[in-house]
Design a protein around this ligand. Structure first.
Ligand code: ZN
Length: 428
């Protein structure tokens, strides 16, 4: 029994102090002052109780890249951050492009992980952009969707084929929509800061051009195209226009593209290198507006851990990406909730309910009968980001040393606590 928490569940337009009774991994009852006896009572007085957070863009690095992360370390990081479901991208070694690899990851996750793991299969074999991967077989084994994340599918012909193919089994294409030729010569956002510090920049139109094509393909084929990590105001406006025309396109934005600008790169900190790059304040503002007007469907981390020896190098040589699962909720609460940019309803919608609906996942709701994946948060908890305490193997974060207000204090997965007071629980 989770008692006396402020239950915020946008899936039922709910925001009230209530009790939640959990039994056999499911939510048995939700209501005021539930009288039924429970084996264990969690006093949530003063805390907020929400559907477990769902992050549809992460890199668990399995198989093959375990020096960066694996399913255990990655899902421990998720549990620590209040995240109960992660979707993992297929740019692993080998690439997740066959049914057997999809089943292998799902099986290992079922037995050993601290969060639900959804698997995203590759669109093309080896993410090489030449031949379609066995998407039908992967869909049969439960792949959530398909992506060549890390790479743009350069061939429009192949992308149209992929889009026609996935409509047959109703799965989305998650597009890393960045033009690789415009993208390859820069290391950060092209703008005033890149000019000032003398680092070659990537123009925002590298996204706009690629996003436009993928929206056109969605419109032409009717396939569900989900645009990953949108960070350009031009790109988000193209998505907005497409949605208005009724195109089956959805989008996500990362926590860092909502909260950091390219000024963060000004001291050449390699922890700030990411793709798409941190952009200028006008782009950040456009992303915030797009969350509020519904153009953005999901807030994600793009959690991309790297081994210390890979990332701890000069700005230009550092690989793109950093970890995010242990800071995502806290950073959003600190920089966007406490500053009155987003309300709690918007945050929980975009970090749980909407992604669940979009990708047909269990969770994202506290309705009676649904899976007991629950996040309990303290909106006012003060703490400082210290990556040495992280569960992830990829210790690099642009938020190092950040003073935060707000944190997940308990995470429940299938009715069992996997994290309490910031400590990941040992598996039963
Ligand atoms: Zn990507």
């Amino acid at each position: 029994m989770i008692k006396n928490g402020r239950v915020v569940d946008p899936s039922q337009q709910l925001d009230a102090v209530m009790d939640i009774l959990v039994e056999d991994g499911k939510i048995k009852a939700l209501g005021k002052d539930i009288a039924e006896a429970a084996d264990e009572v969690f006093d949530a007085t003063g805390l907020v109780v929400t559907p477990g957070l769902i992050d549809v863009h992460t890199h668990m690095r399995e198989p093959g890249l375990e020096a960066k992360e694996d399913i255990i370390s990655g899902t421990k990081a998720a549990a620590a951050g209040g995240v109960t479901t992660v979707a993992c991208m297929p740019n692993t070694k080998p690439v997740i492009d066959t049914a057997i690899v999809v089943s292998g990851i799902k099986e290992r996750a079922r037995e050993e992980s601290y969060a639900n793991v959804e698997v995203i299969g590759a669109i093309s074999k080896g993410e090489k952009g030449e031949e379609l991967a066995e998407m039908g077989d992967m869909a049969e084994k439960g792949a959530m969707g398909f992506s060549d994340d890390g790479h743009y599918v350069k061939s429009s012909r192949l992308m149209v084929l992929a889009a026609k193919y996935v409509t047959a089994f109703d799965k989305p294409l998650l597009c890393h929509a960045i033009d690789p030729e415009l993208d390859s010569e820069g290391y950060m956002h092209e703008g005033v800061v890149s000019a000032r510090i003398g680092v070659p920049g990537v123009p925002a139109i590298s996204e706009d051009i690629a996003v436009a094509r993928d929206c056109i393909i969605a419109e032409y084929t009717g396939a569900h195209v989900h645009i990953c990590h949108v960070a350009s105001k031009g790109a988000i406006d193209i998505i907005r226009q497409a949605k208005k025309r009724g195109v089956n396109v959805t989008s996500e934005v990362t926590v860092h593209h909502l909260t950091l600008t390219d000024e963060a790169c000004a001291d050449y900190n390699s922890a700030t290198r990411v793709n798409p790059p941190l952009r200028s304040a006008d782009h950040v503002q456009a992303m915030r507006e797009a969350v509020l007007d519904g153009t953005v469907d999901a807030i994600v981390t793009d959690h991309s851990p790297h081994a210390p020896e890979e990332k701890d190098v000069e700005f230009r040589y550092a690989p793109n990406g950093f970890c995010g699962l242990e800071t995502s909720l806290a950073v959003i609460l600190t920089d966007l909730y406490h500053t009155h940019v987003f309300d709690l309803n918007t945050i929980i919608s975009k970090m749980s309910c909407e992604p669940a609906k979009l990708f047909k996942l269990a969770g994202g709701t506290l309705k009676e009968g649904s899976v007991a994946d629950i996040t309990i948060m303290d909106l006012n908890k003060k703490w400082t980001v210290d990556s040495s305490k992280f569960y992830t193997r990829g210790k690099f974060t642009p938020y190092e040393g950040k003073a935060c207000t707000g944190k997940a204090v308990a995470t429940m997965l299938h009715g069992n606590f996997v994290m309490r007071n910031g400590v990941v629980c040992t598996k039963k």
